[in-house]
Design a protein around this ligand. Sequence first.
Ligand code: GAL
Length: 426
Amino acid sequence: MTKRVVALLAVMTMVVAACGSDTAETTVAGPTDTAAMTDTVEVFSWWTGGGEAAGLEAMITVFGAEYPDVTFENSAVAGGAGTNARAVLATRLQANEPPDSWQGHAGQELIGTYVAADQIEPLNFLYDEEGWLDVMPETLIPLISKDGNIYSVPVNIHRANVLWTNPTVLADNGIDVPTSMDEWFTALDALQAAGMDAPLALGEQWTAMHLFETVLLGTMGYEAYNALWDGNGDWSSADVTAALENYDKLLGYTNSDSSALSWQDAAQLVIDGDAAFNVMGDWAEGFFREIGEEPNVGYGWAATPGTAGIFQFLSDSFVLAKNAPHRDAAIDWLKVAGSLAGQDAFNPVKGSIPARSDGDRSLYGVYLQSAMDDWASDDVAGSLTHGVVANDSWKSEIDSSLGAFLTNRDVAAFQAALVASEAANA
Ligand code: GAL
């Protein structure tokens, strides 16, 4: 068996850093004649812009056509990777005011948070009714299940370990796409020598964690990376030190205003030729398409250095709230989220491949077709930043030590903190 995923067993308590957000709730689809409406469904996500909102809207259109009498209430809260949205959601859940359905990542985020806190309903009945066990990947079901209960409906598979490039900048400087960390450093040095101060574009802190997880994987390899999360690894090892040193070195090639940039801002630096590289999940492709860029012209892609043959994945899925105010309409929404029509409308725009195995390949662009091929053949590792491998408690501790590291750049202190956070959360 070449395809394996990290085992997910731990149960956790949610730790949420409260932060501001724009919580505007907009009704974006549904009939306009309110007198005719019989129901509403409130769906919560963080897809508000840059390719993400457009993907959601495409799925809402499918929903509107199938359930014309249900008003879709789009309660998306802005902020990449859900940094703001998840804090707002936690407050609502605590106050017993859940949206009917919300976006949650397959893996520890789902099982260790919402299932652990008994906030969502099992959906086995829907899997039976809709025949989803025949079309959803076998690797995914354990990540959304506990004690035989299946708790969410995956809409997609995203790839985290993508190196986005500016093909013109690389060609003009005679640089091949790097496949190893050493080749990457050589390329970055050449670009700096040619006058590009910050050839690696970086955004706000969660994007620094995203870069970090790909460097861990690219430096340590598939087995050792996965072992870090399933209790068989050694955070104090020389391998981890080497990864942290690589990460430290890479930060030396990034823009100094990173903390003020969204992921879209950072990706835009590559499009504009102000940077040559950006490491970001393939939702960046949805953004590139939305701003009219052409694949292999405006942007290129490769597995992040050192990770060829490995698909570092995450999956967006939707849940059914316990005591959902509009349970029937929420089930209607979940049926669309799990349907072929819903997934084939959403994913080509969102920049992800369908979770379902029967998606219509011809609807997907050249990048996403390559992702489909890789998903089918690569080894699979889980993302840290996007909820797969660590529960929220562990992830939040890693995030704190990473934040400190971005300021003090003390590799030994960072590694010691990583060791301690595994011990506290394993
Ligand atoms: C991820 C999410 C993606 C995308 C990204 C950037 O956590 O799974 O669908 O939205 O954040 O916001």
